[in-house]
Design a protein around this ligand. Structure first.
Ligand code: GDP
Length: 365
C-alpha cells in the first residue's frame, strides 16, 4: 500500500496531526474507514467528492474509497544520523514510506517546550534535512567506493552508474537533497537500490496558530520562501484546531465549529489530497449496484495495468475496457444514459487511463 510518514522535530505538532487524522476518520460517516494498525500507524480514506457523487447516482450496496497509510514517525532530533534519540529506528521508518509530510512549528507558545531556541522554521527544516542528507551520504559513499574501483575496468553501464553516484555525493556534500538533483529515469534506476531518504517527495505542513490559519504568518512565509526552489507544497494549517474538529462526533457540531473559523472543510482533507497528488497518484472508479469503488493507480498507467489493481489475473486476461469519463457519467447520470449518448468508449491494451474514468473491464479467465 501507499505510505506517508509524518516527520519533524519534537513538539512541532506531529502527534496532534496524527490524532486529527485518526479521529476525523472515526467521526465521519459509517463508510468512512480508519483503522489503527499500530499506535503510530493508521489507514485513512482519501476524501474525494467524486465518489460521493457516484454513490448518489448509482445507489450501490456499498462504497469503498481509496486509502493511504499514515505513519507518525517520532524521535528525530539533531544528531539522529549518528544514532542520537531514536536515531536509526526513526530513519529505518522513513526508508519505508513513499512520501514525507514534514511538520514545521510556525506557532509561538511558551508552554510548549522547544530545544532549538527562538522559533525558526527555516533552521528547523534544515536540521531535519541535514540528518537525512548525512544518512544518504553514508549510503551513497559505500556504493561509491565499490563503484569507483569497478568503473576503472568496467563497461559503459558501470561507468555511467559511477557518474550518477559522483553527482549524488557532490550534491549531498553541498547540503542539498537528492530530490532537487536533476536525474533521468536511468540515473534514478542506478541508485534505486539505495532507497535514499532525501529522494522521497515532501510536503510541508506549516503549523500556525489560530489567528493565522487562513493568512499564514511571518514564520510560514519564511518557510515558503525557503522552499520556493524545491517545487514542494506548503500547507498552512492549525493542527490543534484540526484535532478539535476531528474529535467532534456530531456532524452538525463540526459544521458549526468550522463555520466559526470560516472553514469550508477540514484542512486535513486538503493535506490528504495533496499527499495523494504528491505521489502522482490517480483514481479510477468502478460503479456497479453492488459496489462503487475508487482504485488507486499511477499517472500514465495503461488499462491492463490499471485492471491489475483489482485482480492480478485481470492484467493477463485483459481483453478490453468500457470507459466513461467521470464528467460524462455525472452529467448524464447513469451508465445506460452514457451508452445511449455514445459516451461509453471501448478501449484496448494501449489506453492510458485518465483520472476519474469510470471503468468496466472485460477479461478472459
Ligand atoms: P510532536 O512532538 O511533534 O508530536 O508534538 P505534539 O503534537 O505532541 O504537540 C506538542 C505540544 O504542542 C502539545 O502540547 C500540543 O498541544 C501543542 N500544539 C500542537 N499544535 C499546536 C498549535 O498549532 N498551537 C499551539 N499553541 N500548540 C500546539
Amino acid at each position: 500500500g501507499l505510505k506517508a510518514g509524518i516527520v519533524g522535530l519534537p513538539n512541532v505538532g506531529k502527534s496532534t496531526l496524527f490524532n486529527a487524522v485518526s479521529n476525523s476518520a472515526k467521526a465521519q460517516a459509517s463508510n468512512y474507514r480508519f483503522c489503527t494498525i499500530e499506535p503510530n500507524v493508521g489507514l485513512v480514506d482519501v476524501p474525494d467528492e467524486r465518489i460521493t457523487k457516484l454513490e448518489e447516482l448509482v445507489k450501490p450496496n456499498r462504497t469503498v474509497p481509496t486509502q493511504i497509510e499514515i505513519v507518525d514517525i517520532a524521535g528525530l532530533v539533531r544528531g539522529a544520523s549518528k544514532g542520537e534519540g531514536l536515531g536509526n529506528k526513526f530513519l529505518a521508518n522513513i526508508r519505508e514510506v513513499d512520501a514525507i509530510v514534514h511538520v514545521i512549528r510556525c506557532f509561538e507558545d511558551e508552554n510548549v517546550l522547544r530545544d532549538e531556541g527562538a522559533i525558526n522554521p527555516v533552521s528547523d527544516k534544515e536540521i531535519i534535512d541535514t540528518e537525512l542528507q548525512l544518512k544518504d551520504l553514508e549510503s551513497v559513499d559505500k556504493k561509491y567506493q565499490r563503484s569507483e574501483k569497478l568503473a576503472k575496468t568496467g563497461d559503459a553501464k558501470v561507468k555511467a552508474e559511477f557518474e550518477v553516484l559522483k553527482r549524488c555525493k557532490a550534491h549531498l556534500e553541498q547540503g542539498k537533497s537528492i530530490r532537487s538533483l536533476d536525474l533521468s529515469k536511468e540515473d534514478k534506476a542506478a541508485i534505486a537500490d539505495l532507497f535514499l531518504l532525501t529522494e522521497k517527495p515532501v510536503l510541508y505542513v506549516a503549523n500556525v496558530d489560530e489567528p493565522s490559519m487562513h493568512t499564514g504568518n511571518k514564520y510560514s512565509q519564511a518557510l515558503q520562501a525557503a522552499v520556493a526552489d524545491e517545487d514542494a507544497k506548503v500547507i498552512v494549517m492549525n493542527n490543534s484546531i484540526e484535532a478539535q474538529i476531528a474529535e467532534m462526533e456530531n456532524a452538525d457540531d463540526r459544521e458549526l465549529f468550522m463555520g466559526e473559523y470560516h472553514m469550508e472543510e477540514p484542512a486535513l482533507n486538503k493535506l490528504i489530497r495533496s499527499t495523494y497528488s504528491l505521489l502522482q497518484l490517480q483514481t479510477y472508479f468502478t460503479a456497479g449496484v453492488q459496489e462503487v469503488r475508487a482504485w488507486t493507480i499511477h499517472e500514465g498507467w495503461k488499462a491492463p495495468q490499471a485492471a491489475s489493481v483489482i485482480h492480478t489475473d485481470f492484467e493477463k486476461g485483459f481483453i478490453k475496457a468500457e470507459v466513461i469519463a467521470y464528467t460524462d457519467f455525472v452529467t448524464l447520470g447513469s451508465e445506460a444514459a452514457c451508452r445511449e449518448a455514445g459516451k461509453l468508449r471501448i478501449e484496448g491494451k494501449e489506453y492510458i487511463v485518465k483520472d476519474g474514468d469510470v471503468m468496466h473491464f472485460r477479461f478472459n479467465v
